[in-house]
Write a protein that binds this ligand. Structure first.
Ligand code: G6P
Length: 368
């Protein structure tokens, strides 16, 4: 085991730092020659079939469900096709009415999660084609699906998913591009999007350079027992993921919310003992997120702000600031994930938790 850790203290840490290479592997050979779109060898669908799809359904569990939510955002935003996301465990039993021509995707790192497999079988039973986004070649889900996309990030050992998650975000972004370029997206916008995706590994490398700074913040936060994660649009699922990571490995109670929803309930939790981690990227909602931060600050809640380069926060508003590189919308969720992975990792280490094997959790859940 020690040898495979290559000098890292835990597999989770190693896998966090492996992400630039993992993203390269997920993208390799998957762009068109003209550099304006993404292509996948295993979808078993022609362009005509793809054009006829009137809705996508994405199913997964845990962290994979969060990647489904980001895929939903990007496909709706860029390809303008409606997307439905469901927990695989719920889809199996809720007998959802479906439109005329949906295409299903199941998202699963291991390809062995029983709830996801059950959902795949239920959709196929109803006559739908189900594709898999999966990291494990030859897994049960890969074998039973009608086609799919392998993540190619290599084995993930840490129970808390890191590199598999960002690779799923990348594949979701590539899929959004693939569908968008068959519909309304122009050649020039396609080229810009592809170049943005190609820059993802370097942007992640830059975000990882903040590790020392984030470790110091983590040491100050390790004493708390409750935390909120707040984000909007494509970063709402990243807020959910930040909260999940923290719960999983440090046993701190954490919740993810859309920042604007905070005032409809979670605000009752805010006091000096409940810090909030905000995602405040540059763009149209930056000022709205800043007002949510002010609401927290007014109630003495510690504020941790994750901002993109070039953003300016009002003086004294945030107790801690983490800056990530500014980037294209398709890549932002990937880059924004890095600081919350590092934060939860260093908090768990500071609390002396068994990071790679958290209590009560399994890497893949093969019972219902
Ligand atoms: C388990 C793991 C989670 C994971 C989920 C889905 O609950 O502890 O980290 O996100 O299963 O796993 P999958 O292999 O289907 O992506």
């Amino acid at each position: 085991d020690a040898a495979e850790l290559n000098g890292y203290a835990h597999f989770m840490e190693k896998e966090i730092f492996e992400q630039p290479a993992a993203l390269e592997n997920s993208m390799r050979g998957r762009f068109s020659e003209d550099g304006s779109t993404a292509k996948f060898g295993g979808l078993n669908l022609g362009p005509v079939d793809f054009r006829q799809i009137d809705r996508f359904a994405f199913l997964g569990c845990g962290t994979a469900w969060h990647s489904c939510l980001v895929a939903e955002h990007l496909i709706e935003r860029f390809a303008r096709v409606p997307v439905e996301v469901d927990y695989a465990s719920e889809f199996r039993y809720r007998n959802a009415p479906l439109s005329g021509n949906p295409l299903f995707f199941v998202m699963s790192q291991s390809g062995e999660t029983i709830d996801t497999l059950g959902a795949l079988r239920e959709a196929q039973r109803k006559g739908y084609k189900v594709l898999a986004i999966n990291n494990t070649v030859g897994s049960t889900i890969a074998r039973e699906a009608d086609g799919g996309i392998y993540q190619h990030v290599g084995p993930e050992i840490g129970v808390a998913s890191t590199k598999a998650f960002t690779s799923q975000l990348l594949i979701g972004a590539m899929l959004a591009l693939h569908v968008a370029r068959m519909r309304d997206m122009s050649f020039a916008d396609g080229v810009e999007y592809v170049n943005a995706l190609k820059s993802a590994p370097n942007l992640v490398r830059k975000a990882l350079e903040q590790a020392g700074h984030i470790k110091a913040i983590a040491q100050r936060l390790a004493k708390y027992n409750d935390m909120l994660f707040l984000g909007r649009l494509s970063l709402f699922p990243i807020a959910l993921e930040g909260a999940l990571k923290l719960k999983e490995i440090s046993y701190i109670h954490a919740e993810g919310y859309p920042a604007a929803e905070m005032k409809h309930g979670p605000i009752a939790l805010i006091n000096e003992l409940c810090p909030s981690v905000f995602f405040a990227p540059k763009g149209e909602i930056f000022n709205k997120v800043v007002s949510s931060m002010q609401e927290v600050k007014a109630r003495k809640g510690p504020v941790i702000a994750i901002i993109t380069e070039g953003c300016e926060l009002p003086e004294g508003l945030a107790d801690e600031v983490i800056t990530i590189p500014d980037c294209h919308e398709a890549v932002l969720p990937i880059v924004a994930t890095i600081p919350v992975q590092l934060l939860s990792y260093y908090i768990a280490v500071a609390r002396d938790c068994d990071v790679d094997k958290p209590r009560n959790l399994a890497k893949s859940v093969t019972v219902e």
